[in-house]
Design a protein around this ligand. Structure first.
Ligand code: WT7
Length: 631
């Protein structure tokens, strides 16, 4: 592979070249792909207007690069290995040739059901092969997919459908998760009561739970594919045509639809996949994420399949039927690269070594971590007991908005350091700024992490509201993309991500806006006001701590708290349920009426020795009460 970096000095050289001459660097990477027409210009940008174009006027279809490009050479190689929730059920392997046929077939199903280039299609599905097939079929016909994590509630699903004015929903009857079978289609039905744009719902039969099918709207996946043509010619797309929308939380308001486009995303996801994981042609790679998150998009589906890799897709959970499930799957498929989240490592670590010991784990070459800072204890456990001390850990820092991995070791090449994401990938220019936006140069500095030059897979807009994209990412510091993360660059020039500096919390690797959780809590009729902060949580990384003012109206504290949790569950989903709720009579506010979150965070962290100056508060007396009632 032309652009696979094979040793550390090559990395430094590639990095240098990518900075000195980004156009030549990325052109060389892009030349490996199949383009219907090449670009007129490699990159053009204006960060003040949040305008970025890569491979301008080039024409392509990303799925021709994931499928056709590989058929003659590796058509019989497994593309997707699917492992079901129940280890007793047979798995499914799809070769590149088989995957190609399924994607073509489903592309025709989309066309038969009125989906046209540019239409938005919602994918609300469990981790089954059809989810990946659906994403690729959308890309193939030029429709824009928006995958919504199947753990989101009907109301969260409806918000997303309404925001992007989707035409079709692709879903399943139900979802097997551990010992449970969860309804999925029923959630869609409920969501659609509030939506007016959906014309068709196509349902995969997975759990065989009973569902209601609305005549004229709802169709079965297997019936539609049975009558579809088996060949399909990919739609020709522009490099900057929208590939997908993925909703993510921010510090204010409703989740925003992060938009990624075609050409740059393709080039960067394959490039980063190959280099970070050092994938070799016979390797089996497994990322445990869900396709509902960006990790699933870039590093289960797009990056690996672009690279011609074998990618494992797992339907279930790490603890079913027991806490050895991950390790069993690694041995079963002889997984070489394993990519998971710190929260999963910490959760499994809590079971001790008994679930690990029955497995050899000797196929492993590389371990990956993503989604949140990995604490040193978890890093060492992962390194010693899973990697047996011989697998490099790639701690990969990136975001939904960045589309691909930005700061990470290249496996086996970059010397690692626990809890450090280490060095930027070629083409990535991190800068650290202080609160005023002054760049902190040199090593041994800490501040806010920005990126001051475009990279191919970066966010292009927030769907339907470009101003929001400018305001959120490009206005805080002029001329730079602001990540929302705090970072330290140590004496060796290595980056360590310190966590969010805005009102976003990271719960088990899932991003939650405090405002979003507060809005959900406030939906409870007795709630007057609430304030949500994150606090350190042993397994989840951060837990959700909610301070709530409400009228008890005869209810007990316990039942009120349960009702509040149920409300959040209904509005967003189980992942947003507060871990701790403290009922209070007031919230500490400044004279201008702003909640002093700093104080609430300190109390939630159980660190009340250094509350700082509270004398400027409108209601200093409330602080005492809050400290006394801390959970
Ligand atoms: C936020 C982005 C990127 C895919 C999964 C999450 C945090 C992500 C790391 C890491 C420390 C990390 C950041 C970032 N984060 N990876 N390796 N070390 N923090 O995507 O939901 O868009 O969240 O996750 O705070 O801003 P996301």
């Amino acid at each position: 592979m032309l652009t696979k970096i094979e040793n550390l000095s090559e990395y430094f050289l590639a990095y240098e070249k990518s900075i000195a001459n980004p156009e030549t660097f990325w052109e060389r990477v892009a030349n490996q792909f199949f383009w219907r027409k090449k670009w007129d210009r490699v990159v053009d940008y204006d960060f003040e207007k949040a305008e970025v174009k890569w491979f301008e006027n080039a024409k392509l279809n990303i799925t021709e690069n994931m499928l056709e490009r590989h058929l003659y050479t590796i058509g019989d190689k497994p593309a997707i290995i699917w492992e079901p929730n129940d280890p007793k059920e047979a798995g499914i392997t799809l070769t590149y040739q088989q995957l190609f046929e399924k994607v073509c077939e489903f592309s025709n199903v989309l066309l038969n059901n009125g989906v046209k280039k540019g239409d938005r299609v919602i994918i609300y599905m469990p981790m089954i092969p059809e989810a990946a097939i659906a994403m690729m079929a959308c890309a193939r016909v030029g429709a824009v997919h928006s995958v919504v994590f199947a753990g989101f509630s009907s109301s969260a699903l409806a918000d997303r459908i309404i925001n992007c004015e989707a035409k079709v929903v692709l879903t399943s009857d139900g979802n097997f998760r551990g010992a449970k079978s969860i309804p999925v289609k029923a959630v869609v039905d409920e969501a659609l009561e509030k939506c007016t744009t959906i014309e068709k719902v196509i349902v995969v039969e997975r759990t065989k739970t009973e569902v209601t099918m609305q005549a004229g709207r709802d169709l079965w996946w297997h019936e539609e594919t049975a009558k579809a043509e088996k060949t399909h010619k990919a739609e020709v797309m522009d490099s900057e045509d929208m590939l997908f929308i993925l909703y993510t939380s921010g510090s204010t308001g409703q989740p925003k639809g992060v938009v990624h486009t075609t050409g740059g995303y393709m080039v960067y996801t394959q490039f980063s996949f190959q280099n970070v994981f050092q994938y070799n042609s016979d390797d089996v790679y497994w990322c445990t994420a869900d396709v509902g998150w960006i990790t699933g998009h870039s590093y289960i589906v797009y990056g690996p399949l672009l690279a011609g890799a074998t990618t494992v897709m797992f339907e279930g959970v790490p603890t079913y039927p027991d806490a050895g499930r991950f390790w069993e799957i690694i041995d079963k498929y002889q997984v070489n690269q394993f990519y998971t989240a710190p929260t999963a490592i910490r959760a499994l670590q809590a079971y001790g070594l008994d679930p690990v010991l029955p497995y050899k784990l000797d196929s492993l070459k590389v371990l990956g971590s993503v989604g949140e800072p990995i604490n040193e204890e978890a890093w060492h456990w992962y390194h010693d007991h899973i990697g047996k001390g011989k697998c490099p850990i790639v701690d990969t820092w990136w975001q939904t908005e960045t589309g691909g991995i930005m700061i990470s070791p290249l496996a086996g090449l970059t010397p690692t350091k626990p809890a450090y994401a280490t060095l930027p990938l070629p083409g990535i220019r991190p800068v650290i700024v202080d609160a005023e936006g002054n760049e902190l140069k040199g090593n041994g500095v800490e501040g806010n992490l920005c990126i001051n030059f475009p990279w191919p897979s970066m966010i292009r807009t927030t769907y339907g509201d470009h101003q929001r994209c400018i305001d959120t990412y490009f206005s805080t510091y002029k001329g730079m993309y602001f990540t929302g993360d705090g970072v330290r660059r140590d004496e060796d020039g290595y980056y360590r991500i310190m966590g969010r500096v805005d009102d976003v919390i990271n719960v088990s690797g899932h991003r939650m806006g405090t405002a979003e959780v507060e809005n959900a809590i406030n939906e409870h009729p007795l709630v007057v006001e609430s304030a949500v902060v994150g606090y350190p949580h042993d397994i989840k990384g951060q837990g959700i701590y909610a301070y709530v003012i409400c009228d008890a109206e005869g209810r007990t504290e316990g039942s009120l708290k349960e009702e509040i949790k149920a409300t959040v569950n209904k509005i967003i989903g189980p992942i947003a349920k507060p871990d701790k709720i403290q009922l209070v009579t007031g919230l500490p506010k400044t004279r201008s009426g702003k909640i002093m979150r700093r104080i609430l965070r300190k109390v939630a962290e159980n660190d009340t020795s250094s509350l700082g100056d509270t004398s400027t508060l409108l209601n200093p007396e409330v602080v005492e009460e809050i400290i006394k009632g801390a959970q």
